[in-house]
Design a protein around this ligand. Structure first.
Ligand code: FAD
Length: 415
């Protein structure tokens, strides 16, 4: 039997679309309101347009990629709508997928648009009333609970609202953080909003000739004085203002926490994560025995991207014109130490808008993990990135949005 009043879902991202589909599949009348003129804009730009839909690992490993409180909160949702459930569902709607060696799952077509298309068809089949260009400005509540939402100056009556409006990064995609103020007006506490999976702007700016240069398989470290506050192994890429690339994105969240306290954060690169300083020293020594007349900078440029050679020598305080056989023991040691811990600048800014996800958001302690309903307001549900949940790169964030959306849709359909 249909509900007398429609369930309203705000936001047609991964979380909102799955929530709308699930609620409608269970017989609820559902209206999905999206401010943009098309569905799933963030899915369309995800994974560089290829959409890393989820991760192929077992559910528990996926869950454990999140911070402890987030992982605890996600347990029910991740087990209720798993990565396998998601892929099976998408397959039924024509999206074949494959898993890479690192566990990342992509559509076989490499087209994020295919995922959005499948979600649209799922919703249409379930009878969701999809309304684009519909910007919600307010959620209305009285003593007995939710009674409506204000959209394009009109009031739509409802007893259940699913807030799936995402975070506040990449604002051009529509995620302008609208849900945070609604939640606060409705009595919810917010965990401070911070960038995550974001690029890092450096001081000084990297030299122009480094721009576009990658450092592969390094260990990137964010240090406050000499203490490492965050580190990640992988690739980084120099941009015109700083660094980006997978390792940078992963380090950014914890680095920001220290940065906002006013601490000076130095970004350092270990070019040889697998080797000790002594082993690097030995490598240089072996090369010196073999070809002592070689310029030191030439050897260093065999170890690191060419354009960085002079920077390494300068930081190690070794004269650029020195040949290998002219290096003293101390100079060799200094080079080895610099290759293990080379400063590339201090943090100038970690932009919130540049983050692939927003950390912080609706305090998880105020949301029921088995329903996604607010513990404070009956009929109010949250799912997706608006929650204080932010995982690493690898398909984890979309999975979190899909799983929490599924649970929210299922629970809201019962109101
Ligand atoms: C560049 C980039 C690449 C990414 N790549 C990946 C990836 O490959 N894999 C992965 O797992 N994660 C990836 N992510 C993260 C992932 O896309 C998000 O975590 C996820 O899309 C969040 O889903 P959501 O449904 O919660 O929110 P969103 O997808 O952000 O959807 C929220 C929707 O709500 C709408 N909205 C906002 N306010 C209102 C309002 N007032 N009224 C009506 N509608 C409103 C917005 O327009 C938006 O469409 C990427 C993110 C970015 C920015």
């Amino acid at each position: 039997m249909k509900n007398k009043m429609a369930t309203i879902v705000i936001g047609a991202g991964a979380a909102g679309m799955i929530a709308a589909w699930r609620a409608a599949s269970l017989g609820a009348e559902v209206i999905l309101l999206e401010k943009n003129s098309k569905l799933g804009i963030k899915i369309l730009i995800s994974g560089g347009g290829k959409c890393n839909i989820t991760h192929g690992g077992n559910v528990e490993t996926l869950r454990q990629q999140f911070q402890i409180n987030e992982a605890r909160f996600l347990k029910y949702a991740f087990h209720t709508f798993t990565n396998t459930d998601l892929l099976q569902q998408l397959k039924e709607y024509g999206v074949e997928t494959y898993e890479r060696d690192n566990g990342k799952v992509f559509p076989m077509s490499h087209k994020a648009g295919d995922v959005v298309h499948a979600l649209r068809r799922m919703m249409e089949k379930a009878g969701v009333d999809i309304r684009l260009n519909s910007s919600v400005t307010e959620i209305l509540k009285d003593e007995s609970g939710i009674y409506g939402v204000k959209v394009n100056q009109e009031i739509l009556e409802t007893k259940s609202v699913i807030v799936a409006v995402g975070g506040t990064s990449f604002q051009k995609t529509g995620t302008t953080g609208d849900g945070y103020s609604w939640a606060m007006q409705l009595g919810h506490a917010l965990v401070p909003i911070r960038p995550a999976l974001a690029p890092i702007f450096l001081l000084p700016k990297p030299p122009a000739e480094w721009q576009g240069t990658p450092i592969r398989d390094c260990l990137l470290m964010a240090k406050s004085n000499t203490t490492t506050i965050s580190q990640w192994g992988g690739d980084i890429l120099f941009t015109h203002v700083g660094i980006s690339g997978p390792a940078t994105l992963e380090v950014s969240r914890k680095a920001y926490v220290e940065f906002e306290k006013g601490n000076l954060i130095t970004m350092c690169v270990d070019f040889f994560p697998e080797l000790t300083i002594e082993e690097i020293d030995q490598k240089i020594l072996t090369e010196t025995m073999k070809s002592g007349a070689k310029q030191t900078v030439t050897l260093i440029e065999q170890f690191v991207p060419q354009k960085l050679g002079p920077h390494i020598l300068q930081q190690a305080k070794v004269n650029e014109i020195k040949k290998l056989h002219q290096l003293g023991k101390q100079e060799r040691r200094s080079l080895s130490e610099t290759l293990k811990n080379c400063s590339i600048g201090t943090v100038k800014e970690i932009p919130l808008d540049g983050g692939e996800v927003t950390a912080g958001g609706i305090d998880l302690r105020e949301v029921k993990p088995a329903t996604m309903e607010s513990k404070l307001v009956k009929g109010l549900f949250f799912c997706g990135e608006i929650l204080d949940v932010a995982g690493p790169v690898g398909g984890y964030n979309l999975q979190a949005a899909f799983s929490t959306g599924f649970v929210a849709g299922e629970s809201a359909s019962k109101i």
